[in-house]
Ligand binder design. Structure first.
Ligand code: PLP
Length: 418
């Protein structure tokens, strides 16, 4: 209560903006994830890895727009690409020169991706990948993970969650190879697809074990279901995403977030024979429309982002930096004797307030929820911005000194509050 009060007292302008927003938007926002009590901090400006809020306070941005902000705010080369694209005419209502360049960059990167189509979001990429799998197999159902997240209309927290989804689903438990194998074989030839994040992102940066991914690969091979990796967040992990690091190659992959330099983006791709369901040269094509699918700024920014900035070498180095920071944070947690740890891979991690290995989503206790909120408000007070749920997604603009500052803030939290 005390942390909330000092948070609110320091942010009168954010409070006023929230009051006004609530009049015209339910909850005062248009992205549910951005709401937290008593009201969210409204940001006004960003540059590199820095943010300034409506009350003039400065922050180190470790949220990185939930992983879409990989390049930092307004990176020069991205800006130049977008400006050049806009100067050449906004949306030409035709195929352009850039989309095959970007598709080629993506196909060259991810082992499972031979051909690509673009969307406006990761949500749409997943919906279209599932549509492709259904068309390709002629089967109805998709198996998903309890606690997985695949976009705003694809919330699979549990069977009980209201799922406003136009496709029939089956569920299995994350990181349980035996159960998943059993559940996939039980669905048999009714199953079109298995959709999985190779690390649960929203679900708490919980990595899949290699054994689990291998079990999914093996079982889907046996039944003929299309294995889809949702790498919307994890494609940043190393040169070829988590499929590259785990060595498990799915049939299809969905992408999004940072890949168009921070412009709105989604993509899905896979084996040529599956993607052929969209080939307009053939009869009976599955339609895939979208006014902004090939919008000129996303395509132009994406070519620079993937072709010039986030090269395979940069991706590998960024992954290693994140691993090192998480190790240092976990060393500090262990030394303190507190029940706190950071799970994740590479540049993405989430703080958890329990001891012992975390391999699956769990229902947090009230005490854990309380610590999570306290951690969030303490970090804001220290000028560090991360997700309310404790997730960070480090951008390329985050320096070694920034990482050290975060480590020091966490050590202070552990000493004061843990
Ligand atoms: N898939 C995963 C794993 C995600 O984390 C997200 C977004 O957080 C999505 C899909 C949805 O992407 P978008 O918000 O662009 O629709």
């Amino acid at each position: 209560a005390e942390a909330r009060e000092s948070y609110a007292a320091a942010r009168p302008r954010s409070a006023a903006l929230h009051a006004r927003a609530r009049e015209v938007m339910p909850g005062g926002n248009t992205r549910s994830v951005l709401f937290y009590a008593p009201f969210p901090t409204a940001m006004q400006r960003g540059a590199g890895a820095r943010l300034w809020d409506a009350d003039g306070r400065a922050y180190l941005d470790l949220l990185g727009e939930y992983s879409a902000g990989l390049f930092g705010h307004s990176e020069g080369r991205i800006l130049a690409a977008v400006k050049a694209a806009l100067d050449s005419g906004i949306n030409l209502g035709a195929v352009g020169e850039r989309e095959s360049e970007l598709a080629g960059l993506i196909a060259g990167r991810f082992p499972s991706v031979e051909q690509v189509r673009f969307t406006n979001s990761g949500t749409e990429a997943n919906l279209m990948a599932l549509a492709a799998a259904r068309a390709f197999t002629g089967r109805p159902k998709t198996l998903v993970m309890r606690g997985g997240y695949h976009g705003g209309v694809l919330t699979f927290a549990s069977e009980r969650n209201p799922v406003n989804l136009p496709i029939p689903l089956a569920f299995t438990d994350y990181n349980d190879p035996e159960a998943a194998t059993r559940d996939i074989l039980a669905e048999g030839d009714g199953l079109a697809a298995v959709l999985v994040e190779p690390m649960l992102g929203s679900g708490g940066c919980i990595p899949a074990s290699d054994a689990f991914l291998r079990a999914l690969r093996e079982a889907t091979r046996r039944t003929g279901a299309v294995l889809v990796f949702d790498e919307v967040m994890t494609s940043r992990h190393g040169p070829a995403g988590l499929q590259g690091l785990t060595g498990v190659t799915p049939d299809m992959t969905t992408l999004g977030k940072y890949m168009a330099g921070g412009m709105s983006f989604g993509a899905f791709g896979g084996r040529r024979e599956i993607m052929a369901v969209f080939d307009g040269h053939r009869p009976g094509t599955l339609p895939h429309a979208g006014t902004f699918n090939n919008n000129v700024w996303s395509m132009a920014a994406g070519c620079v982002a993937m072709g010039e900035i986030f090269t395979p070498a940069v991706a590998a180095a960024h992954y290693a930096r994140g691993e090192a920071l998480r190790a240092a944070l976990n060393t500090a947690c262990a030394r303190s004797g507190r029940a706190m740890q950071f799970t994740g891979r590479g540049s993405m991690m989430t703080a958890h307030f329990r001891a012992g290995p975390i391999t699956a989503p769990y229902a947090a206790t009230a005490a854990e929820d309380g610590l999570r909120e306290l951690f969030f408000f303490d970090m804001l007070a220290a000028g560090i911005y991360l997700a309310r749920r404790g997730m960070t997604a480090l951008s390329l603009a985050v320096t070694e000194a920034d990482g050290a500052r975060f480590l020091a803030a966490v050590e202070e939290f552990l000493a004061a509050r843990g």
